[in-house]
Ligand binder design. Structure first.
Ligand SMILES: *[C@@H]1O[C@H](CO)[C@@H](O)[C@H](O)[C@H]1NC(C)=O
Ligand SMILES: *[C@@H]1O[C@H](CO)[C@@H](O)[C@H](O)[C@H]1NC(C)=O
Ligand SMILES: *[C@@H]1O[C@H](CO)[C@@H](O)[C@H](O)[C@H]1NC(C)=O
Ligand SMILES: *[C@@H]1O[C@H](CO)[C@@H](O)[C@H](O)[C@H]1NC(C)=O
Length: 570
C-alpha cells in the first residue's frame, strides 16, 4: 500500500508527458494463447516522446506483466512496457536509452514479485513473432489502394508524421517515416499528410480509386490520397507473423531425414502451394579436403494449366485424402482467376479447367491410389509446362552426419474450403440460381483469408487471382463490399465470355465494317453444341446485367457474421 500515494501524484505528472494519441483506437487485450513476450531490458523514459508511443488506459492499480503484455498483443504492438508501479505502454519501436538492470526496481501493483520499471524508467518486453526491423525496407510496403479516413470513431491510421514537411511530401518519404517507426501501415492523404499505424481503424473501408485524386506536393506524378481518403500501404513484414488468434497450422510430418550420403527433403514456401524437392548426393574430391555435393532441385511447374493469358498455380502435392481435398480447394479457388484473366475466346477453356478441378473432388472420394502424381497422369493438366530440374554443385553442408540442422519448420498456409460466403441470386424468369449461374460462370469465391499476416485486419478475401497474395482482402465489417466486388466480377466475366460467346456476325460488326466475321458464326455453332448456349447476344447481356443487380441485392445484408472467427478456422 506504500506506493499508492506516489501513484496519485505521478498520474497528474504522467498525463502531461508524451504525446497524447487521442485517435488511437484501443482494441481488446489478447485472451487467446500466444507466444510469450521476451524481457528485453530496463530503459529510460524521458516522456517527450515517450519511450513506447501508446499509453494504454488499463487500470494501473492492478497491473501485472501478463496484463500489459496481453494488452499490447491484442493491439498488434511489438513491445510492451511497464512503468512507475503499473502504467502499461505499448510501442513499435523503443526510443529511450538502456539502463542498468538495477534501475528497474518498483514492484508491480498487481503482483509485487514482478518489476514495473521506476520513476521515468520502463521495463520492456518484446513480442518474438516479429521480423527484425532492419530486414524491412520501403520496398516491402504494398499498395492497398484508396481507403476512407472519415470515421467518427477516429482516424484510420493513428500516428501523424508531423515531423515531415507537407509541402514536399512524396510517397517514398512517407513510407520511409513509417518504416523507421516500425509501423506496418502507411498512408498519404490530401497531398501532404503522412500517417502511420499499427492497425487500421475499425470503421475504415476501401474506397473507389478515383477518390484518391490529389497529387503529392513533393512529386506531382504520384498520388497522395484525397479529401478524407488515404492511399494506404501495408508491409506485412512489420506485423506479427502470429497475431492474436493465430492458430499454428498442423505441422506436416515431412521432417528432413539426414543420412551420410544422401539428404532428401521436401520444403514448402511460406505461403505458396508449390513444393520443391531437393536431393543432395555427396562425393569426395581427391585434391582437397572439402567434399562437394551435387544438389538436384526439382521445381514444380510455375504454370500447370494454361488458358490464354492465364496460368494456374500448381496444386499442392498430395498423397492422402485430406491432402487431396486441399488440392481440390486450391484448384476451385482459381476458377474465377481463369475467367478474369484468360481473355476471350481462350476463357471458354476455363470451363474445362473448372471441371478438371471438380473431378479432383470425386477422385479424393474414390478407391485405389490417391496421389497428385496419379491424378495428373490419369487426367493431365493442359497447356502448362513440365517440372524443371537443375543440378548444382556446392560445398557439402558441414558435419551433416553428426549435427542435424535445426528442423526448418516450414509454415504452410491452410487452404480455405471453397465455400462461398456470398450468395448466388436466383431468378425464375431467366432461370439462374445457385448451381446454375448465367452461362455457367460461378460467382467468384469470397472466403477466409489464407495469409496469417493479413488475416487480423482483413479476415475475408476475394479469390480472383491464382496468387492468393494478389487477391483483395476485406475487413470484418466489409463483407458486403467483398460480395459486391464478387458480383461485379461475375458480371464482367459473364459479359466477356458468355455474352461474347453468343455473338453473331451481325452483333460483331453492326455497321457492316470490314471485320472478318466468319469466325462468329462458327464459334456460335460450337458454343451452342458444347455449352448449350442458345441466347442471342442482347438476351445474354441482359441476363448478365440482371444477375448482377440481383446479386448486389441478394448480398446487401450479407455481413459474413460468424464466418472466419479465427485464423485457420474456415
Ligand atoms: C486484479 O486483476 C486480476 C486479474 O489480473 C483480477 O482477478 C482481480 O479481480 C483484480 N483486482 C482488482 C481489485 O481489480
Ligand atoms: C507473480 O509473479 C511471479 C513472477 O513472475 C509468478 O511466479 C507468480 O505466479 C505471480 N503471481 C500471481 C498471483 O500471478
Ligand atoms: C468502432 O469502435 C468504436 C469504439 O470502440 C465502437 O463504438 C464502434 O461501434 C466500432 N465501429 C464498428 C463499425 O465496428
Ligand atoms: C516522382 O514519381 C514518379 C512516379 O512514381 C517516379 O518515377 C519519380 O522517380 C519520382 N520523382 C522523384 C524526384 O522522386
Amino acid at each position: 500500500m506504500a506506493f499508492l500515494r506516489p501513484i496519485a501524484a505521478a498520474l497528474a505528472a504522467i498525463s502531461l508527458l508524451g504525446r497524447v494519441q487521442a485517435w488511437t483506437p484501443e482494441l481488446p487485450p489478447c485472451l487467446e494463447p500466444f507466444q510469450p513476450f521476451v524481457y528485453s531490458g530496463c530503459y529510460a523514459d524521458s516522456g517527450s516522446p515517450t519511450t513506447l508511443s501508446f499509453r494504454s488506459s488499463l487500470d494501473q492499480q492492478n497491473m501485472t506483466v501478463e496484463t500489459c503484455v496481453s494488452e499490447c498483443k491484442g493491439n498488434g504492438y511489438r513491445y510492451a512496457g511497464l512503468e512507475y508501479y503499473g502504467i502499461c505502454f505499448c510501442g513499435q519501436t523503443v526510443t529511450g536509452t538502456e539502463l542498468d538492470e538495477g534501475q528497474c526496481s518498483y514492484p508491480c501493483t498487481g503482483n509485487s514479485s514482478q518489476t514495473c520499471g521506476g520513476s521515468n524508467i520502463i521495463s520492456i518486453y518484446q513480442d518474438p513473432t516479429f521480423l527484425p526491423l532492419d530486414e524491412v525496407d520501403i520496398e516491402d510496403y504494398a499498395p492497398l489502394g484508396c481507403w476512407t479516413d472519415d470515421s467518427t470513431y477516429g482516424r484510420a491510421l493513428a500516428y501523424p508524421q508531423d515531423q515531415l514537411d507537407g509541402a514536399t511530401l512524396t510517397s517514398a518519404g512517407c513510407l520511409q517515416a513509417c518504416r523507421d517507426g516500425g509501423f506496418p501501415f502507411a498512408g498519404t492523404e490530401y497531398g501532404g499528410e503522412c500517417w502511420c499505424g499499427v492497425v487500421i481503424g475499425n470503421d475504415t473501408f476501401s474506397a473507389i480509386s478515383s477518390d484518391c485524386d490529389i497529387p503529392c506536393n513533393g512529386n506531382s506524378s504520384q498520388t497522395c490520397g484525397g479529401r478524407s481518403r488515404l492511399n494506404l500501404y501495408v508491409a506485412n513484414e512489420l506485423q506479427s507473423l502470429e497475431p492474436c488468434g493465430y492458430v499454428p497450422p498442423p505441422v506436416s510430418s515431412s521432417t528432413a531425414s539426414s543420412t551420410s550420403a544422401t539428404t532428401s527433403s521436401t520444403s514448402t514456401e511460406e505461403t505458396s502451394t508449390t513444393s520443391e524437392t531437393t536431393t543432395t548426393s555427396e562425393t569426395s574430391t581427391t585434391s582437397e579436403t572439402t567434399t562437394t555435393c551435387k544438389v538436384t532441385h526439382t521445381l514444380p511447374p510455375k504454370c500447370e494449366w494454361k488458358c490464354g493469358n492465364w496460368c494456374s498455380s500448381p496444386l499442392p502435392d498430395w498423397s492422402d485424402v485430406p491432402g487431396c481435398k486441399n488440392g481440390y480447394s486450391s484448384c476451385q479457388l482459381q476458377v474465377a482467376a481463369c475467367f478474369k484473366n484468360a481473355g476471350f475466346p481462350a476463357s471458354l477453356g476455363c470451363f474445362e479447367f473448372a471441371s478438371w478441378c471438380s473431378s479432383v473432388s470425386s477422385y479424393c472420394g474414390g478407391k485405389g491410389a490417391c496421389s497428385k502424381n496419379d491424378y495428373t497422369v490419369k487426367t493431365p493438366p493442359k497447356g502448362g509446362s513440365p517440372p524443371t530440374t537443375t543440378v548444382i554443385t556446392t560445398v557439402c553442408p558441414y558435419t551433416s552426419t553428426t549435427t542435424s540442422k535445426p528442423a526448418t519448420t516450414t509454415t504452410k498456409a491452410p487452404i480455405p474450403t471453397p465455400t462461398n460466403i456470398c450468395n448466388q441470386p436466383s431468378n425464375i424468369l431467366f432461370g439462374y440460381g445457385p448451381g446454375k449461374p448465367v452461362g455457367g460462370i460461378e460467382l467468384p469465391i469470397v472466403t477466409c483469408n489464407d495469409l496469417p499476416a493479413d488475416w487480423s485486419y482483413t479476415p475475408f478475401k476475394l479469390y480472383s487471382d491464382s496468387d492468393s497474395k494478389l487477391c483483395k482482402g476485406y475487413p470484418r465489417n466489409s463483407c458486403t463490399n467483398a460480395c459486391a466486388d464478387a458480383c461485379k466480377e461475375q458480371y464482367e466475366d459473364c459479359i466477356d465470355t458468355y455474352a461474347e460467346g453468343c455473338k453473331t456476325k451481325r452483333d460483331a460488326s453492326p455497321a457492316g465494317s470490314a471485320v472478318d466475321t466468319s469466325y462468329f458464326e462458327y464459334a456460335r455453332t460450337v458454343n451452342k453444341r458444347t455449352f448449350g448456349w442458345t441466347d442471342s447476344y442482347p438476351v445474354a447481356a441482359l441476363k448478365c446485367k440482371t444477375q448482377y443487380a440481383d446479386c448486389l441485392f441478394e448480398n446487401r445484408l450479407n455481413t459474413g457474421a460468424g464466418k472466419c472467427p479465427k485464423y485457420g478456422v474456415l
